[in-house]
Design a protein around this ligand. Sequence first.
Ligand SMILES: *[C@@H]1O[C@H](CO)[C@@H](O)[C@H](O)[C@H]1NC(C)=O
Ligand SMILES: *[C@@H]1O[C@H](CO)[C@@H](O)[C@H](O)[C@H]1NC(C)=O
Length: 224
Amino acid sequence: MAPKLTFLLVTLSLQCLLALASDPDPIQDFCIPNPELSSIVKAARLGVPPCKNSTEATTDDFVFSGMKTAGNFSETGLATIPVNPKNFPGLNTQGMSFVRADYKAGAINPPHFHPRATEITFVLEGSVYSGFVDSNNRLFARILQQGEAMVFPRGLVHFQMNVGDKSATVFGNFNSQNPGNQKIPTAIFGSGIDNELLQKAFGLSPEQIVTMRRRFDPKKLVKA
Ligand SMILES: *[C@@H]1O[C@H](CO)[C@@H](O)[C@H](O)[C@H]1NC(C)=O
Ligand SMILES: *[C@@H]1O[C@H](CO)[C@@H](O)[C@H](O)[C@H]1NC(C)=O
């Protein structure tokens, strides 16, 4: 192949990779969502700008005060406060978001992944077993101590468990304002996939499948 053509192809494919690698670049300093609009689609249809006029933005739009303390703990001992443009307008179009997570002793964040973001997890307090599995099913995991951080590459399954005897607090930072969160147990057993397929996939009996579906049905509506 001619060197020029090769160069062109390589450049083009690199550009594709870059274009797919993160949220779109902002086209203005910031975009405080226009409160009168519920979505960009609606805004486009009405011909109204999706961002507030920048002269109406205030410092409050760029400060978030809602994570000084832990969120509400679930039955399993995990409390998360996701912070994104819905509760922190100044983040909109900046390609970032984050979460505060508090774990009671022994609590877990089950295996899950973020389809649109790499995550950096930072342990503010406690000892947290943290890890991910790559696409060759290789496990990368260890106990992180206070002050340590770990990266979970984009789209890879990862998890955490508080292995200390006190509560743990971690911050997760995402390179997308909308990372998405697909929890493996719920995606598999709580989404309504055909029982026969699940039995064959996991080598489980019909009764075991029903048990799993009950456990992970988000609405707890599955009958035996
Ligand atoms: C934003 O507000 C300023 C001051 O009120 C005004 O001069 C400007 O035209 C507005 N811009 C847009 C795009 O509406
Ligand atoms: C915790 O629950 C209360 C009561 O339902 C609610 O008002 C509050 O917003 C919740 N806090 C968080 C961080 O979700």
